[in-house]
Write a protein that binds this ligand. Structure first.
Ligand code: TXA
Ligand code: MG
Length: 319
């Protein structure tokens, strides 16, 4: 098992020597390494069992540092950066040669963001290289939102996990790219479509796709627990599947009296979408470890961060 702690100098030492650490962010925990060190970047792909065609996100501490790694920041990108950084926003910007093809899987753009976790911003500020970090989960599984989640799955492969406490947002960053006619959302996440549009006007949303080679994070079956998950109307699914299976329920806020207390969890009893987002991944993990055969889940109201929650639920249930 890895050690969990708040020792920034230990984390620095490991990273400078080319090693990897578990790194907290406000969205999910990352598996971080030196973005400028090819060996560290390779280690990330191997440790996560991640295909090389799935590009990584680069993390920095300031907009000035972003400028060291990109050719240009379009005006609308700068508006979003100034509003939402540090925060759950990733921008796709034309990369300069400092960022290797290994990080971007050969794409001309680099995904880059400034995370909003104090301890991580301090770490990034003390390093003279950026950190590249995918979510710290085995490829295809649910992302970790606590240091313990990271330890459960990657603890035998890394030495140290920097502890930033539970993630405040709980869903990955919103990924936005730019074309001549404006911003495009490639992945829904911690910043809502509405919040982006408030600053830039209408944005396009890339359709769900499992065959979009430019954004494999859009893979349809992703963020999935090991137990089969069925998404839809809970009562209908219960009468369809409840007789022959031990069922667990993930609801938005309601309690279903047909199923035992210990086999159901609400994402937010008070019906708060932000709280539901914060709880989603740990609820999926927790359900995965209960003595049930299948998980039945319902979608949440489809606005604000609810859209990103529904997106993750759909991907988790696609098989
Ligand atoms: O919140 C987050 O973004 C977390 C924390 C750790 O920062 N990171 C994260 O990384 O979710 P990861 O690797 O699990 O997801 C990154 C996604 C992938 O789906 C990848 O396909 C997409 O970003 N991506 C990276 N670079 C890209 C690029 N140049 N163009 C399009 N998509 C890109
Ligand atoms: Mg991920």
């Amino acid at each position: 098992m890895a050690r969990i702690g708040v020792d920034i100098s230990k984390a620095k030492k490991i990273l400078i020597n080319g090693g990897l650490i578990g790194m907290p962010t406000e969205t999910v925990y990352g598996l971080a390494g030196n973005a400028l060190n090819a060996e560290s970047v390779s280690k990330i792909f191997i440790t996560k069992n991640r295909p090389q065609f799935d590009p990584l996100i680069v993390h920095v501490a300031s907009i000035d540092q972003v400028k060291e790694y990109v050719l240009d920041i379009p005006e609308k990108a700068l508006v979003l950066a100034e509003k939402f950084w540090p925060g759950p926003l990733t921008l796709l910007l034309p990369k300069n040669p400092a960022i290797s093809d290994l990080v971007t899987s050969g794409l001309g753009t680099v995904a880059i963001r400034i995370p909003a976790k104090t301890i991580t911003l301090q770490l990034l500020g003390e390093l003279d290289f950026p950190l590249t970090a995918p979510s710290a989960n085995p490829f295809g599984y649910v992302s970790p939102t606590t240091a313990e989640h990271v330890n459960d799955q990657l603890g035998d492969k890394i030495e140290y996990i920097l502890n930033g406490g539970p993630c405040e947002v709980g869903l990955e960053s919103t990924i936005i790219g730019f074309e001549e006619d404006g911003p495009i959302i490639y992945r829904l996440g911690g910043i809502s479509k509405e919040a982006v549009e408030g600053l830039t006007g209408t944005v396009k949303l890339t359709p769900h796709s499992s065959s979009n080679p430019s954004a494999p994070g859009m893979l349809k079956s992703h963020y999935a627990p090991r137990k089969p998950i069925f998404l839809g109307d809970v009562n209908e699914l219960l009468s369809e599947l409840g007789h022959s299976n031990r069922v667990g329920i993930i609801s938005y806020k309601d309690h279903y009296k047909q199923v035992h207390e210990s086999h159901q969890m609400a994402l937010s009893k008070r019906g708060d979408l932000e709280e539901a987002a914060r709880n989603l991944f740990s609820v999926l993990r927790s359900m995965d470890s209960r003595e049930i055969d299948i998980i039945i889940a319902e979608t949440v109201p489809n606005h604000g961060i609810g859209r990103a929650i529904n997106d993750r639920l759909k991907r988790a249930s696609a098989k």
